[in-house]
Design a protein around this ligand. Structure first.
Ligand code: NAG
Ligand code: NAG
Ligand code: NAG
Ligand code: NAG
Ligand code: NAG
Ligand code: NAG
Ligand code: NAG
Length: 477
């Protein structure tokens, strides 16, 4: 493991995160030399958590970049053959310019998939190219149907040190086939594939790629530690079903930065499992930092917390966010039966334009797995902090629906300026079963968030989460 760290950050990390302590003791790595198996491709520099000793090109495994030939076997064979070398100093698999049609394939550890500019990995629309796999333990079933799921296009399980990057190469999910079938009720037993899903893994980097037209969710790290998603462009039609951008799910220590998302569902959806299944697995999403996100999604949230939050969501920081037409900025979605919690949430410096709601909390997001949720499992929503924001052209500043006998508490809003749309809702702040304070917020908030006493600035942590201190290495492909 060769994440390198600034010495000044070591003390903080030692006290807060043991995996990175191991990383910190390893040496600072420099530009790695490539071995002789790298056959004359361009020397492209890129930044990564680790460089690789060995390098190979997908054409060495019989791949054909004509957009028609299936390369599923080539990807599978490449990774199977490269895996032993990966254990010896790491390996990178280069996808050169061309259109590389493939079905689902699995990654390996100490591995980099490098998608060059001009290269497109084209997702097969042939269902038989996607193995059917068990649903995630914290969901109990797929999201489209009670049953298993198609494996994601690019999958990884139980990995350490895996990188998907490029100099803006593309993954095209060719989602139209899946959207049309989904809309006509075609997925009655198996759930659509995602584009990238990395499970039970640590030290994961996804950067400098573009993903278009995903069949459903785009990027799904689940049960992971130490995740960086950086410089990723995600584009899907704004009416495409469930094309969430980035969904950190039951993950610890995740950094999402410099991403641009236009999609048909939440640009970022923070999750941790669904009802009784999520409660049982009990893995929260915690230590999450989201910054410099630009998002367009007219019918969904910029950043959603939930609705699957049954393993808990805590310590989420969001800053320098630009939303240019979204249904809401931050939406907390939960329901009776979810259990879990959403707490210690911090947001600042949002710039927003054209929104139905700026703030939305939904206590009645009643979408449950097929059966067996616990009607006594109440979610805990508390310590939610929003500050330093401007919004323009807003229909209703806030809709905050807590639960009867389970109020959402310690909500704080400060220094927020909301300019209304030409025809705003009559009731500007619709608040039920919540409590908190506000300071320097216009228009004037509901009485449940009234200004009491001296002005306050809502909290935002001054420390960093460990992943923010990781220094990437300069590598070449
Ligand atoms: C991504 O690309 C930008 C612009 O080319 C470059 O400055 C940056 O180092 C790259 N980052 C990563 C993590 O690859
Ligand atoms: C990927 O690995 C999973 C096990 O995690 C397996 O079920 C699946 O068939 C593999 N996919 C491919 C394409 O081999
Ligand atoms: C992942 O690791 C767990 C625990 O060691 C094991 O039960 C499971 O079979 C592994 N899955 C894969 C696909 O390697
Ligand atoms: C990457 O490519 C996408 C799609 O062509 C484009 O929208 C985006 O601006 C590019 N990003 C960079 C950093 O060049
Ligand atoms: C304001 O928002 C409405 C939708 O509520 C939209 O139709 C209109 O174009 C927006 N105006 C501006 C100036 O962006
Ligand atoms: C929850 O809100 C409803 C609607 O405003 C109200 O009737 C009810 O009394 C509230 N519950 C509590 C416990 O305050
Ligand atoms: C306020 O919110 C409650 C709870 O969601 C809803 O039932 C009610 O219709 C809303 N009122 C207005 C005037 O929008």
């Amino acid at each position: 493991m060769e994440f390198s760290l600034k010495p000044s950050t070591l003390k903080m990390i030692r006290t807060s995160f043991c995996i990175l302590v191991v990383l910190a003791t390893s040496s600072f790595s420099v530009l790695e030399s490539r071995d002789s198996s790298s056959n004359g491709h361009a020397n492209i520099e890129y930044m990564a958590i680790n460089c690789r000793k060995h390098s190979a090109v997908i054409t060495e495994f019989g791949a054909v970049g004509d957009g028609k030939t299936s390369n599923t076997k080539a990807f599978k064979e490449a990774i199977t053959k490269l895996a032993p070398k990966a254990a010896d100093g790491g390996v990178q698999l280069i996808v050169p310019p061309g259109k590389w049609l493939t079905g689902s394939f699995n990654l390996t550890s100490h591995f980099t998939l490098f998608i060059q500019q001009g290269a497109t990995i084209l997702a097969s629309q042939d269902e038989s190219e996607y193995p059917v796999v068990a649903p995630l333990p914290s969901y109990g079933q797929g999201r489209d149907a009670a049953g298993p799921t198609f494996a994601s296009l690019i999958s990884g399980t139980n990995l350490t040190d895996v990188v998907i990057t490029g100099n803006n190469g593309t993954i095209n999910g060719q989602g139209k086939y899946w959207w049309v079938k989904y809309r006509s009720g075609g997925f009655k037993s198996i759930t659509r594939p995602y584009t990238i899903e990395i499970m039970f893994s640590q030290n994961v980097q996804i950067s400098n790629i573009t993903i278009v037209d995903s069949p459903a969710w785009n990027v799904h790290p689940v049960y992971c530690n130490n995740v960086i998603v950086k410089g990723v462009t995600i584009l899907a039609p704004i009416d495409s079903p469930n094309t969430d951008g980035i969904n950190p799910d039951s993950c610890t220590n995740t950094l999402i930065e410099d991403c641009y998302v236009v999609s048909g569902d939440d640009c970022i959806a923070v999750k941790s499992g669904w009802d009784q299944f999520g409660i049982k697995v009990g893995m929260p999403t915690q230590q999450l930092s989201i910054r410099r996100l630009t998002c367009i999604s007219p019918d969904s949230a910029g950043i959603a917390l939930g609705s699957e939050m049954s393993g808990g969501i805590k310590d989420v920081r969001m800053e320098d966010i630009t939303l240019l037409q979204t249904q809401s900025a931050i939406r907390i979605k939960t329901a009776v039966g979810r259990g879990g919690y959403v707490k210690d949430i911090f947001a600042r410096r949002f710039t927003m334009k054209t929104m139905k709601y700026v703030f939305w909390m939904s206590g009645a997001y009643n979408q449950h797995p097929a059966s067996g949720f616990d009607a006594k499992a109440m979610p805990e929503i508390t310590n939610i902090n929003y500050r330093d924001m401007t919004a323009d052209n807003v229909t209703q500043p806030a809709r905050l629906d807590g639960l009867n006998n389970d109020p959402f508490t310690k909500i704080c809003m400060s220094n927020i300026n909301i300019a209304l749309a030409p025809k705003p809702k009559e009731l500007l702040w619709n608040c039920t079963n919540i409590s908190g304070v506000s300071s320097k917020v216009t228009p004037k908030p509901c009485s449940l968030l009234s200004e009491n006493g001296a002005p306050v600035d809502c909290a935002f942590p001054v420390d960093k989460i460990p992943i923010e201190s990781v220094v990437l290495n300069k590598c070449s492909a």
